[in-house]
Design a protein around this ligand. Structure first.
Ligand code: UDP
Length: 239
């Protein structure tokens, strides 16, 4: 597969064209940002970990009936994916209160919800990814009702499967962000990444944070946490 022109450079990834108009190459960087780009840094080796982890989790989800953009891992940092048009929504699934939810509603971090909850934001950096409801998304024609229903149903299914998987690693899945895309025929598939950048992952016994909150909150041991969580995932895959 020939890596063509760079189409897009985001905060954590670059996207390249290939000779096939239906396929793209994602290249994962070590750059880290938080608070809508206000905080910037580098997490050494993060790109390698996020590439491998996201691919492993998407492969697992495919076996459970969730379609994804994943085609093939090409190298430590590069993956071949199906070209999608991203639905401009950030879908956040939460099992436990944390982060912006705790802040917004004044609920202690760590409160376990009676059932998982979903919220959606408008994926728009200039506006700071504002929270919106389903009526807003439909009014703005960001997606159709059928797409929204499909996205919610996949998101809860993904949560069930990821929760189970991470529990097997001794890890509590607190919350995570998903993005979906449309293939050229309109099929909705899971896109973007699933990694410690986009999930809150706590050690099940100690509650230690094994995700990007170590970077966001200056907790130290950022690289170590990424390596620890990757080590656990690999052990679980081999089991
Ligand atoms: N998240 C993300 N990208 C974003 C916002 C959130 O990947 O632009 C993830 C974040 O890592 C966490 C979950 O979504 O696992 C919920 O994040 P929250 O809304 O609490 O925002 P934060 O506290 O990170 O600002």
């Amino acid at each position: 597969m020939i890596k063509g022109e760079m189409l897009y450079e985001g905060k954590a990834k670059k996207v390249f064209a290939t000779e096939d108009p239906e396929l793209l190459i994602i290249d994962y960087k070590d750059d880290a940002t938080a608070f809508n780009g206000l905080k910037r840094g580098t997490i050494a080796g993060k790109g390698i970990i996020n590439n491998e982890m996201s691919n492993a989790l998407m492969r697992m989800l495919e076996t459970k009936g969730v379609p994804t953009h994943l085609v093939k891992e090409l190298s430590e940092r590069e993956t071949l994916v199906k070209r999608v048009k991203i639905v401009p929504l950030e879908v956040i699934v939460r099992n436990i209160a944390a982060g912006s939810f705790s802040k917004r509603y004044g609920i202690d971090e760590g409160k376990v919800f009676a059932e998982p909850t979903i919220e959606i934001s408008y994926k728009n950096d200039a506006l700071g990814d504002p929270l919106l409801n389903e009526y807003h998304a439909l009014a703005m024609e960001l997606c159709t009702r059928a797409e929204l229903d499909m996205i919610k149903s996949y998101s809860f299914k993904i949560n069930d499967e990821l929760k189970k998987f991470w529990a097997g690693c001794g890890v509590t899945l607190v919350d995570f962000k998903l993005e979906f895309g449309r293939l050229s025929d309109g099929t909705i598939v899971l896109a973007d990444e699933i990694s410690p950048d986009t999930c809150r992952l706590w050690d099940a016994k100690t509650g230690e944070k094994l995700d990007k909150d170590r970077f966001r909150r200056d907790l130290g041991g950022v690289e170590e946490a990424y390596r620890e969580i990757m080590g656990r995932l690999k052990k679980q895959l081999e089991a």
